[in-house]
Ligand binder design. Structure first.
Ligand code: SF4
Length: 188
């Protein structure tokens, strides 16, 4: 018996459009696609069905949806969702919290992060002893800014631990042991 493993598509890199070459809706001589089906009126159910059918087979569906959300592209069908279906996601984007995006950033990918996700990256980096230089590279910020972010975490941990034991704060590696899932920011 053979087992098929489906690997999730990687997150889109900032400013990366290379995923478009893999799009099922990419109109070519050998793959003619009517772009009009992706811009239906709300009552044009045939077009909506046809477009969603293509999106359902598309290997870059997530990248497509992320690109639309992050680029504020509210027109047409993107990532398998109509304008109406995507509307609430556009409104909630600033509060999006996705651990897989946090982990991808820690692994070195330049993911488009929300504020909550960036905060989680800083906490996770601190917890795992990531240097300030590396954090600066991960978040595309200056080393001074990275140092400031780590200082803020140390201060928060010190304040939190003061009532129990003021002597427990020693190093980033041991400080990290006090961090729990709740420290990773506000989940949307
Ligand atoms: S998800 Fe749909 S709209 Fe997006 S690239 Fe794929 S086929 Fe095109």
């Amino acid at each position: 018996m053979t087992t098929t493993t489906i690997t999730p598509a990687p997150h889109r890199l900032l400013g990366d459009h290379t995923w478009q070459g893999e799009a099922v809706c990419h109109n070519t001589e050998y793959n003619p696609v009517d772009p009009e089906i992706f811009f239906p009126e709300p009552d044009e159910t045939d077009k909506i069905t046809a477009a969603k059918s293509l999106c359902g087979q598309c290997p870059v569906r997530r990248a497509c949806l992320d690109a639309a959300l992050e680029g504020g592209d509210t027109d047409g069908i993107r990532g398998g969702l109509t304008e109406e279906e995507r509307g609430p996601l556009h409104k909630k984007l600033a509060h999006r919290f996705d651990y897989s995006r946090v982990n991808a950033t820690i692994a070195g990918r330049d993911v488009h992060l929300t504020t909550a996700e960036r905060r989680a990256v800083v906490h996770a980096a601190y917890r795992h002893g990531v240097t300030e230089q590396r954090l600066a590279w991960l978040l595309k910020i200056t080393e001074e800014h990275a140092q400031k972010l780590y200082r803020e975490i140390r201060r928060a941990l010190r304040n939190r631990d003061l009532p129990q034991n003021a002597e427990t704060i020693t190093s980033p590696a041991t400080d990290g042991e006090h961090l729990g899932r709740d420290d990773f920011g506000t989940a949307a």
